[in-house]
Design a protein around this ligand. Structure first.
Ligand code: NAI
Length: 256
């Protein structure tokens, strides 16, 4: 029987690549995102890749939208095997906390942290017990600090805490809960962050593998975490960053 995988924020970037990777394994894939045209295009690609697709335009800042997406996905495919909370944004500009408008703080918290909490809250009713799994998406900033990144960092640290708490809460039901923390991955988000500049010297200096990551490299790690090969892994954050975080830690140590 094909697996059913439900992914938020899959109209582009990492979420879309994760959807396609599961489709290649023959899964039923339910995706959400804010952009109708890109969502329908991603759904067509899921079918071409060998899966069955369901797309519903959804804004995870609105709990009623999330509930409608989750219930529609369950109506279409039945019980979920894997629920992935990938939808995420960063503030439009990296600013010190004192200068960030309150509406932007709310939007980032509501998308990255509250959106994950509410997606899982509604998704749990449909998640296979035992055997289902949840994957949240953090970032290198979930465990590091960076000037002008306070809001994004707070949400991703929250996501990692949520992973640990839910792994304990849901272990008895046979549900695994893990988190994936990507380093710099070539997507719309990272291109916005880099502002069109040439970042190759940054990667050569800071990332042991000396390059940016690609969306399918995150998707490969996700298909591992959602597979039976990861059956005894829960409550963990898997970092997929070409070694960036290790070099970050070493740099901090040398600076002390
Ligand atoms: P992206 O901008 O290409 O994709 C983000 C996805 O989330 C899009 O499908 C977008 O429509 C969706 N989304 C955003 N706000 C939403 C909302 N309110 N409701 C529903 N969907 C919404 O970005 P990317 O890079 O693929 O990001 C995916 C995840 O990976 C995010 O959680 C991000 O924080 C995380 N991440 C990305 C890194 C990178 O270098 N690209 C690094 C570390 C973490």
């Amino acid at each position: 029987m094909p697996k059913t995988v439900v992914i938020t924020g899959a109209t582009s970037g990492i979420g879309r690549a994760v959807a396609l990777a599961h489709a290649r394994l023959g899964a039923n894939v339910a995706i959400s995102g804010r952009r109708e045209e890109q969502g329908n295009q991603a759904a067509r690609e899921i079918v071409e890749a060998g899966g069955s697709a369901f797309f519903l335009a959804t804004d995870v800042q609105h709990p009623a939208d999330i509930e409608r997406f989750i219930n529609s996905a369950a109506d279409k495919f039945g019980a979920f095997d894997t629920l992935i909370t990938n939808a995420g944004i960063e503030p439009p500009r990296s600013l010190p906390l004192a200068d960030i408008p309150v509406e932007q703080i709310d939007a980032v918290l509501d998308t990255n942290l509250r959106g994950s909490l509410i997606t899982i809250k509604y998704g749990l009713a449909h998640l296979r017990k035992p055997g289902g799994d949840i994957i949240l998406v953090s970032s290198l900033w979930g465990r590091n600090g960076g000037a002008a990144l306070s809001v994004y960092t707070a949400t991703k640290a929250g996501v990692e805490g949520l992973t640990r708490a839910l792994a304990v809460e849901l272990g008895h039901d046979g549900i695994r809960v893990n988190c994936l923390a990507p380093g710099f991955i070539d997507t719309e988000m990272s291109r916005r962050f880099m502002g069109g500049g040439d970042f190759s010297p940054f990667f050569t200096t800071n990332v042991p593998l000396e390059r940016i990551g690609l969306d399918y490299e995150i998707a490969n790690a996700m298909t591992f975490l959602s597979s039976d090969a990861a059956s005894y892994i829960t409550g963990q954050t898997l970092t997929v960053d070409g070694g960036h975080s290790i070099k970050m830690s070493a740099a901090n140590f040398q600076a002390v």
